[in-house]
Design a protein around this ligand. Structure first.
Ligand SMILES: NC(=O)c1ccc[n+]([C@@H]2O[C@H](COP(=O)([O-])OP(=O)(O)OC[C@H]3O[C@@H](n4cnc5c(N)ncnc54)[C@H](OP(=O)(O)O)[C@@H]3O)[C@@H](O)[C@H]2O)c1
Length: 312
């Protein structure tokens, strides 16, 4: 496993973490079984993964409860526990309450990385109020680092201006081969300011694993709304998957590992693939510790330049 500094927090974090939105119940499919996700988290830990990501909103707290069960066996101090406060709880008092409830469900007395899940969707709560609450938790030692998620550069700048005792250490954003919006502004800004990018959907929710194609796409509630799986997009992705498979075979890796390696090949970027089983978790952990060559990266880039994902 490879590790990098989580922003300026002093925490060393594995370049592959594990995401647990999957532990939300059947929204991710009928094959979601809590026990398997607990095993996936434990297997990840055995392989050097030390970051687990959850959120109060995932299954209305259920994901945090599942993560809490895994932490009991792993030992809380062995994991960097990242969770998120939902957009509906960004008022000072509500945020403090959310943090307490998250800790209770997780069975822990402090959160390593507390993240604002989305900027206030209704733009009614002053960001200053939210950041002051976050800093209060930090000063009290209830959280070890402050992170944000889905923040644009202007949100990051404003949020950072309200902090006086610490800085934002991470921005969790969507990033994978097919969805690269952050490369334009967010990524350069984060790099320049020592903010780690935590890539969500690094496998494009499974589209970049090679197991789906035009005829076979996931039908669960969450992914049926993901445009990536539309036939006209999958047709294009199939061509990319062919290249990824060739690279994977040559390197004795899997397509998912090549896709994840591509994500973490970008400076200052780590990935938190979601896993439903210990097998998936093991495969994903194997995406670190080796590097795609410049030639392989070029091949991928060339294929990506021909893809135009339709979001309508
Ligand atoms: N901050 C935010 O707003 C935000 C938003 C989304 C996600 N997240 C976080 O990011 C994490 C990851 O994102 P994501 O879950 O959207 O997408 P993802 O990690 O790109 O895809 C996860 C899905 O891919 C499939 N998969 C995973 N590993 C695999 C492997 N080795 N081989 C084959 N299939 C594999 C699994 O589904 P199947 O087996 O059913 O195909 C799994 O549910 C989430 O769990 C969550 O913690 C955060």
């Amino acid at each position: 496993m490879e590790y990098i500094n989580l922003g300026k927090s002093g925490l060393k974090v594995s370049k592959i973490g594990i995401g647990t939105w999957q532990a939300s119940g059947d929204a991710w499919g009928q094959d979601v079984i809590d026990d398997n996700i607990i095993k996936a988290i434990k297997r990840s830990y055995e392989l050097g993964v030390n970051l687990v990501d959850t959120a109060e909103i995932y299954g209305n707290g259920h994901s945090e409860t599942v993560v809490g069960k895994a932490l009991k066996d792993i030992g809380r101090e062995n994991m960097i526990v990242a969770t998120k406060v939902a957009g509906a709880h960004l008022r000072h008092d509500e945020l403090l309450k959310s943090a307490e409830l998250s800790m209770k469900r997780l069975g822990i007395s402090y959160i390593d990385l507390y993240q604002i899940h989305w900027p206030d969707p209704w733009e009614q709560i002053p960001l200053r109020e939210t950041m002051k609450a976050m800093e209060e938790l930090y000063v009290q030692g209830k959280i070890r680092a402050i992170g944000v998620s889905n923040f644009a550069v202007r949100d990051l700048e404003e949020a950072r201006s309200y902090l006086s005792k610490t800085d934002i250490v991470s921005n969790q954003v969507r990033y994978n081969m097919l969805q690269r919006e952050i490369e334009e502004e967010v990524m350069p800004y984060c790099r320049k300011n020592g903010i780690t990018i935590i890539a969500w959907s690094p496998l494009a929710q499974g589209a970049l694993t090679g197991k789906y194609n035009v005829e076979n796409v996931p039908r669960d509630r969450i992914r049926s709304g993901n445009e990536v799986f539309k036939p006209e997009n999958m047709k294009q992705i199939e061509r990319l998957l062919k290249i990824l498979k060739e690279i994977a075979q040559k390197r004795k890796k899997t397509v998912a590992q090549v896709s994840l390696n591509w994500v973490i090949s970008h400076e200052g970027v780590i990935a938190i693939p979601g896993a439903k089983t210990p097998e998936q978790a093991e495969e994903n952990a194997g995406a670190a510790g080796w590097k795609l060559s410049d030639e392989e990266l070029k091949l991928i880039e060339n294929e990506l330049s021909k893809i135009d994902i339709d979001y309508m």
